[in-house]
Design a protein around this ligand. Structure first.
Ligand SMILES: Nc1nc2c(c(=O)[nH]1)N[C@H]1C(S)=C(S)[C@@H](COP(=O)(O)O)O[C@H]1N2
Ligand SMILES: [Mo]
Length: 382
């Protein structure tokens, strides 16, 4: 009887002969990815602090464009990480075939941290991209999951760097580079960088108006939107009563304001009788777009002066019955800021229903999600 041929042995890292699978390439790609992840992580923490403020770590009200820049960087660095991550995984994957599978404790830690790092990184970029695309396929709260996995990813990254530090150092020293089979494979790395840059350029027009035409993959188009600002959630989506309509009910609405000296109703006519101000402030949406705009309305602090002044943080509530962003909390320093308005007009026109008619909040250096539309109710929390 003839013996069956033995099954082929699994490959070993040495079977992958492309010079791209080289430790210097892997280490250099890792360094680039590390920069992108760090920018993304730090700007993400800032965004989280805006949305879930900590009393002992107040966020400054300026510069007015601050959140626009950090959120733009967050989305751009997250976008750039996708090709960088794929390139790094491609360069490194032959190491999956290192045997034994379970080696020394350090090796086990190394493998486990890589599994967690790769999994959580993919989770971060996929939820982030889906969010920017406004595609809520995942049946969970985006912010909570994105936030939790960010810590998993950054923790696994710290372990990964710590475990690999000797190897990284070795691969990146001049002697290490000289010993590597590809001398760092510059073409591959520059190619990955070019793709990353291209991905950013094709999308960053949602934030940088000058690149609007080039960014064919951008998620929003401020310039083509009515009143020059995209709408993230329409009045219909937010189930705002059709009675709140500039065409029919422009004078029938009112605000309820509760302050340190009591509660009162402020009518539309009273609000219009207060000094009207004009400010230039961006809307910077966490979903990856931003736009400059000119707003007209009354200072929030002028309204609060009717009920005892800015005596604390201010809860800003809307006509929206449910929804995560139906209400926001405005820290005291923001409520007191001269640029913080209850806006009645946007870019020279009366607010449309979708932009928050009759009145909406606009404050400097603040995420779009917290610029509450369809405001009905203010409450000072002293
Ligand atoms: N009440 C309420 N206000 C809201 C929202 C919302 O869902 N409900 N969405 C916010 C988000 S996510 C953004 S980016 C801005 C967008 O304002 P715009 O639609 O006028 O551009 O409104 C904010 N205000
Ligand atoms: Mo937003």
């Amino acid at each position: 009887m003839r013996k069956l041929p033995a099954p082929p042995a699994p490959p070993t890292p040495e079977d992958f002969t492309s010079p791209v699978h080289d430790r210097t390439v892997v280490a250099r790609m890792g360094a680039l990815l590390g920069v992108a992840f760090t920018i993304c992580f730090l700007t993400g923490i800032l965004s989280h602090l805006h949305q879930y403020p900590i009393s002992w770590l107040p966020i400054p009200t300026g510069p007015a464009w601050g959140y626009r820049v950090t959120q733009g960087l967050h989305v751009a660095s997250g976008t750039a990480s996708v090709p960088l991550l794929l390139a790094k995984l491609y360069a490194a994957y032959p190491r999956l075939f290192t045997r034994p599978v379970v080696g020394s404790p350090v090796q086990m830690l190394e493998r486990a941290s890589i599994a967690v790092l790769v999994g959580s990184s993919l989770m971060m970029v996929s939820t982030g991209i889906a969010n920017v695309a406004g595609w809520y396929v995942f049946g969970f709260g985006f912010t909570k999951v994105h936030w939790a996995f960010a810590w998993v990813a950054i923790g696994a990254l710290a372990v990964h760097i710590a475990v690999k530090l000797p190897a990284i150092r070795d691969a990146l020293t001049p002697a290490g580079v000289a010993r590597s089979k590809s001398n760092g494979r510059r073409g591959f790395i520059l190619g990955a960088l070019a793709v990353a840059t291209g991905a950013v350029v094709l999308t960053v027009g949602s934030t940088i108006p000058a690149l609007d035409k080039v960014s064919v993959l951008r998620s929003r188009r401020p310039r083509n939107s009515p009143l020059g600002v995209p709408v993230n959630r329409t009045a219909a989506q937010a189930r705002i009563s059709p009675d709140l309509d500039p065409a029919t009910g422009d004078d029938s609405w009112q605000l309820s304001v509760r302050g340190t000296t009591g509660e009162r109703v402020v009518t539309a006519a009273e609000l219009r009788a207060l000094p009207q101000r004009t400010v230039s402030l961006p809307i910077a949406c966490v979903e990856g777009w931003s736009a400059d705009a000119t707003w007209q309305g009354v200072r929030l602090r002028d309204v609060l002066d009717l009920v005892g002044g800015v005596g604390g943080d201010v809860a800003v509530r809307s006509a929206e019955a449910s929804g995560t962003y139906r209400e926001s909390l405005l820290p005291r320093a923001y409520a007191d800021h001269p640029s913080t308005l209850l806006a009645l007009r946007l870019n020279g026109s009366r607010l449309t229903r979708d932009h928050g008619f009759p009145v909406r909040l606009i404050a400097p250096n603040r995420p779009g999600v917290l610029q509450t539309k369809w405001v009905t109710d203010l409450e000072v929390r002293s």
